[in-house]
Design a protein around this ligand. Structure first.
Ligand code: NAD
Ligand code: ZN
Length: 346
């Protein structure tokens, strides 16, 4: 595949709504790092949000930034302390770089590290470019049977795996999920993979409701037309992947006594909740922020066929068309747009 060039292509968000292709120097892997030639990058709702609104809450784009964080590729170089044997590995990257020193990091909550560096979260550049560096232990080798796209989508799958872990459900349990977007679909597949067979998913969008039954849902319901049926449910766990206040409230009401509510969706900053019901039903309410060490699990589940990621890709774009990829979600049939930065050579 030849020597590593000194400069590379990068798709840069200059400011809200403005993307430009630039030539940038290829980064040098530091101690303990690998240099990865980027293969595929999935488009996440957060990339779309930064592009269209220039911010997510208090994370504001104040300087040019490279978006993209759902990433796979091939190791092409190593920094000090990393075995040369890793060169040539096809890898999926856990985009989190925690400090590894703080109390959160040392007690298994590295996702909550206050010193976290994360691709495509200001001020850190992401992966819509030819080469990125990553800590060697965050670059997980994937088997040949896993496509570049599937390897990239291990990132959103990880959100689902962590939500399912938080829900702590298993065979015989019933799970209610609000929102049939990519994250709802990842959660549905993740709870399935834990042996849950009764997975009810709600969404307003007909096409998403229909499609979700091929991504882990056993039943899909309309939040309004099927409201009476939803009200009857007493799920062991409710996972919100909509961020919509009515969905969160109705989901809590449809959670059994002693059940668990997992909040994944990020919608309104504050919302009124039925707290008396939460108290008297002893419902456990918990949040999800990304994930902790989910790649080994994700690789095992996709490789074994328990989880399907390839079927989720609804559109592909080259690096020059990142802007089109970021606008792909205007089509309600869009599930996952992928930017193929460097197509596989075999
Ligand atoms: P999405 O917008 O594609 O999907 C949300 C879905 O919810 C849509 O299909 C929408 O029609 C549906 N919806 C809206 N109101 C509803 C209601 N009342 N009842 C049922 N469904 C309703 O978004 P996504 O990419 O799938 O992400 C889902 C959410 O997860 C977003 O809020 C995103 O910010 C959040 N997220 C959180 C984390 C985390 O770490 N906590 C990580 C990734 C994404
Ligand atoms: Zn830390």
């Amino acid at each position: 595949q030849g020597p590593i060039p000194t400069s590379m292509r990068a798709s840069v968000l200059l400011e809200q709504g403005v993307i430009e292709m630039q030539e940038r120097p290829v980064p040098t892997p530091g101690d303990g790092e690998v240099l990865v030639r980027v293969g595929s990058v999935g488009v996440c709702g957060s990339d779309v949000h930064y592009y269209k609104h220039g911010r997510i809450g208090d994370m504001v784009v104040t300087a040019p930034i490279v978006l993209g964080h759902e990433v796979s590729g091939t190791v092409v170089g190593v920094g000090r302390g990393v075995s040369e044997d890793r060169v040539g590995d096809r890898v999926a990257l856990d985009p989190q770089v925690p400090c590894r020193q703080c109390r959160q990091c040392k007690t298994g909550r590295s996702n909550l590290c206050p010193f976290m560096e994360f691709y495509a979260t200001p001020p850190f550049d992401g992966t819509f470019c030819d080469y990125v560096t990553a800590p060697a232990d965050q670059a997980f080798t994937v088997p040949d049977s896993l496509s570049d796209e599937s390897a990239a989508l291990l990132e959103p799958l990880s959100v689902g795996l962590w939500a399912a872990h938080k829900a702590d459900v298993g065979p015989g349990d019933q799970v209610l999920i609000a929102g049939a977007g990519p994250i709802g679909a990842m959660c549905a597949q993740a709870v399935r993979a834990r042996g849950v067979t009764d997975v009810v998913v709600t969404d307003f969008v007909d096409s998403r409701r229909e499609r979700i039954t091929s991504f882990g849902a056993s039943r899909s319901l309309h939040p309004v037309a099927d409201a009476a049926e939803i009200a009857e449910i007493r799920a062991d766990a409710f996972i919100d992947c909509s961020g919509a206040t009515p969905a969160v409230v109705s989901g809590i009401r449809s959670t059994r006594g002693g059940g668990t509510v997992v909040l994944v969706g990020l919608g309104a900053e504050e919302m009124p909740l039925p707290v008396q019901l939460i108290a008297t039903r002893e419902i456990n309410v918990t949040g999800v922020f990304r994930y902790v060490d989910t790649w080994p699990r994700g690789i095992a589940l996709t490789t074994s066929g328990a989880v399907h990621l390839d079927d989720m890709v609804t559109a592909r774009y080259p690096l020059e068309q990142v802007e089109d990829a970021l606008n792909a979600d205007s089509d309600p049939l869009s599930m996952k747009a992928v930017v193929v930065v460097n197509p596989s050579q075999d």
